[in-house]
Ligand binder design. Structure first.
Ligand SMILES: Nc1ncnc2c1ncn2[C@@H]1O[C@H](COP(=O)(O)OP(=O)(O)OP(=O)(O)O)[C@@H](O)[C@H]1O
Ligand SMILES: [Mg+2]
Length: 281
């Protein structure tokens, strides 16, 4: 069976220990979280009673259709939006505001200040949010830039880079901060297919090296299976968790295999089946 519904078989940790009692505490806990936008005369519920546990070194994917609240949930984890009910905790501490332990990489290529070079872009938050001195910040920035293969462009400005290169800088900037959780909101969605594949490969290599904890948003089933070790499938607006799946056995080399195709098929059905939750609205 390529996919395991964890709701039915609660083996939620990345490498489940023999006894459920030995489960580690989740690094990130989302407990009964609902999120709303309030505009004059209107309240939009973006996510409804979300329960998710993310463990250290998870590559946890949020997969769901457009408008289901993925970005909103990520913003709440980042501390930009407060839940109207429920609670988000990181290492047991309630999330109340943004902090350097949670860094977001967005889809847009224009998330880098254009007046700073690549190395300055990566070094700046290290000084501003981590309090590093200039020399130390530049040194750590250079090391991280090398990891994403951009050493030759350390002195370039964002407008001199391709979309994929800008995303590498955004990833380097986030990695250099050594966050507890790296939050990625469709970071490769605007890239061409080949670059996207390459970036997925690079992200997995970076994870392999640093064992980061990732929360990765996508609406691509294939990308979810390749990037994630675990995933939650969200329903259409307002987002609810439809199911959780283990997908650690897949990587880029699995694409095209029968098991991979079967997993894609099942997730496709899960994503697009008529909404049982509609009756609850
Ligand atoms: N600033 C806002 N004010 C009011 N409603 C908003 C705001 N931002 C998002 N919404 C609404 O909240 C819901 C969830 O939006 P969100 O951007 O989180 O979806 P998403 O799953 O990230 O979609 P996509 O895949 O298209 O990025 C949508 O119905 C959207 O219209
Ligand atoms: Mg979004």
């Amino acid at each position: 069976m390529p996919l395991v519904i964890e709701r039915d078989a609660p083996a939620a940790a990345p490498q489940p220990p023999a006894s459920p009692r030995a489960l580690p505490d989740p690094l990130l806990r989302i407990a009964g979280v609902s999120l709303e936008y309030r505009t004059p005369g209107r309240v939009v519920r973006a996510a409804h009673r979300i329960d998710l546990d993310v463990y250290e070194a998870d590559r946890f994917v949020l997969l769901g259709p457009s408008g289901c609240g993925k970005s909103t949930l990520l913003k709440a984890i980042a501390g930009f939006i407060a839940p109207v009910e429920g609670e988000i905790t990181l290492a047991g501490v309630p999330v109340r505001k943004p902090g350097p332990d949670r860094i977001v990489v967005f889809q847009e290529f224009d998330q880098l200040p254009p007046w700073k070079t690549v190395v300055e872009n990566v070094a700046f938050p290290l000084r501003a949010a981590r309090g590093l001195g200039r020399r130390e910040a530049l040194e750590r920035a250079r090391v991280t830039i090398e990891k994403v293969g951009l050493s030759a462009f350390a002195g370039s400005y964002p407008h001199q880079l391709s979309g994929g290169m800008k995303q590498r800088v955004a990833i380097a900037r986030a990695l250099a901060m050594q966050p507890k959780v790296l939050l990625m909101d469709e970071p490769f969605a605007a890239l061409d297919a080949l670059t996207r594949r390459k970036m997925q490969e690079e992200l997995l290599a970076l994870w392999d090296e640093a064992r980061l904890t990732l929360v990765f948003v996508t609406h691509s089933i294939e990308e979810a299976l390749v990037v994630g070790n675990r995933m939650a499938v969200l329903s259409p607006h307002p987002g609810r968790v439809r199911g959780e799946y283990n997908c650690h056995e897949f990587d880029l080399s699995s694409i095209g295999s029968r098991a991979f195709q079967a997993a894609v098929q099942r997730l496709h059905q899960r994503l697009f089946e008529p909404a049982p939750e509609a009756a609850l609205r």
